[in-house]
Design a protein around this ligand. Sequence first.
Ligand SMILES: [Fe+2]
Ligand SMILES: [Fe+2]
Length: 278
Amino acid sequence: MPLQPLELYRDRNHACLMFSDLVEEDGQAVQANQFLIVDDDTGAIIDPGGNLAFNELFMGMSRHFSPQKLSYIIASHADPDIIASLDRWLTSTSAQLVISRVWERFVPHFTKVGKTEGRMIAVPDSGGHLPLGRHELVLLPAHFMHSEGNFHFYDPVSRILFSGDLGVSMTNGAEARVPVTDLAPHIPRMEGFHRRYMVSNKILRLWTRMARQLDIAMIVPQHGAPILGAKAIGEFYDWLDGLACGVDLFDERAYQVPTAFIDPATRQARPALRAVGA
Ligand SMILES: [Fe+2]
Ligand SMILES: [Fe+2]
C-alpha cells in the first residue's frame, strides 16, 4: 500500500501534495514523484509519470480532488517517466495538457489518434504565467535541463519550485519524503545524474542567475528528496554554478567507433576479443 501523499504545503485554499512511492520499487524503474496542486476548486497535476503510476495516482488524487475538475496536466518535458500516461489522463479527465511547444507535435505519439486535439497548451520558450484558481503558476524556462524544451513550475503561494529533473537524487520513495537541509552530504546522490543528464555548465549558470531572483522556500524535484530552506537552496545554486556536466565532459574519446561486443545472453557489453594469434 502506498503511503499517504506528503503534504508540501496547505492553507485554507491552497495545497501541494507529493506522491513518492507509487511506482513499485523492484529496481527496474527509477523512483519518481508526482504532484497535485489545488487552489480553491481548481487542480493541476504535475509530471504525472508513466503507466506504472497511473492507477495509484488517479486513485490517490481522487481522495483529495475530483478528477472531473482537473484543469491541467502539466509536464516539465516529454520523457516517459513524465508523461507516458498521457492517453489515460486525457481519457479520464477533461484537463488540458501544458507542455513546451518543442514537444507539441511529438506527444500525440503517446495517445490514440486525435486525443490531444484542442487539449494542448503549447508553451513558448519564454514561458509565462498560467492561471490556477485565484492564483497562478509561473512556467519558468529550464531548457536543456535536461530536455531541449523544458519548464520548471514556480508556485508563488507555497513558494515551491517544482524542478523536474533538476536537483534529483537517487533514493527510494520513503527517503524522498525527507527534505534535505544540508547539501554537502546529499551531493553524492545527485552528482552522477547531473554530470550525465544536464547539458552544460553554461546552462546551469544561466538558470541559477534567474532562479536567485525568486523567493523559493523549497525546490522539489521529480526524483528524490526536496531541498528545503534558504541555506540548502543557496548551496545548491553554488554547487550548480561550479558543476561541469554534459557537453563540458565529452570529447573525442566519447565518439570512437565501438569495439565492444554486446552479448544478448548476458545483456552486457564486453571488450573486444583479441584476434587469434595477435
Ligand atoms: Fe527527464
Ligand atoms: Fe525524470
